[in-house]
Design a protein around this ligand. Sequence first.
Ligand code: FAD
Length: 289
Amino acid sequence: MTKTPNISFEFFPPQTLDASFRLWETVQMLAPLNPDFVSVTYGAGGTTRKLTHEAVGAIANNYGLNVAAHLTCVDATRAETMEIAESYAAAGVTEIVALRGDAPKGSERFTAHDDGFTSSVELIEALAATGKFKLRVGAYPEPHPDAADTLADVRWLKRKIDAGASSAMTQFFFEAETFLRFRDACVKEGIIAPIIPGILPIQSWDGTRKFAARCGTQIPAWLDDAFASAKRDGREELLATALCTELCDTLMSEGVDDLHFYTLNKPHLTRQVCHALGVSPQIALQNVA
Ligand code: FAD
């Protein structure tokens, strides 16, 4: 039988009643695929602190999933950030995605709180010292806007791993080679921790384009052309499913075992891609047995 990937899903915490229903529908549709873990984001500027906590607890309690809570350094003292981490530990959460975070709304660049962690490395060191969490971190196959180049990103990632992180999930990208080049660069710098590709099923090309521009993700010209034709024919979803499946398939043929899906709390495309890769509720049950 062809090997199926280990999968994980990213969700964001809901801010409205309507969004709550969407999240629960998403979790309900994807949980039967037996993900290794799911993660819940922390709003830019630390804006969803309470909502993230509630969503993490509700997903873990109602679905028995292994949930990693995202945590950033933005707009909080060290003591406040560690208090949040301790409240996760008390709630039985054992995984944290430790991030520096972006600047709060209205600011150009990340600036640490006067008494706050000044970088992701400091946060990771402090969380690792508690001995209570498995720590995951972000990684950037295309240079992060704050990085001089890819080598700077890779060297910084090495520092995050050395500080106590055990794996990294990448920013999304459109072409497999982008990830594979980055993986090679990581190996060359001595990183042996798993680097899990972040996969973004394209829910809307216009939205994805804007998101990519903000993250510094290169947009290949052929993708613009492909979505323009698909739009004319009303086949955008078909194209998105085919492209995402092909991307995952290519990565797997290059030895990638784990895939982290950015679901945007919309389950259908992610589920279709997982099914196309051979991950189905039945297979998930067999794996458990
Ligand atoms: P870092 O890895 O610490 O920094 C990014 C890059 O900047 C580094 O690779 C390095 O090149 C450079 N850099 C930063 N600091 C230094 C330094 N002191 N010295 C030298 N170089 C440095 N944002 C949210 O607000 N909430 C979330 O829930 C969230 N989840 C995410 C999940 C994933 C998987 C990813 C990839 C990103 C996520 N983000 C989230 C976005 C993230 O907060 C931003 O990309 C942020 O700008 C960087 O955070 P980081 O911890 O990855 O940064």
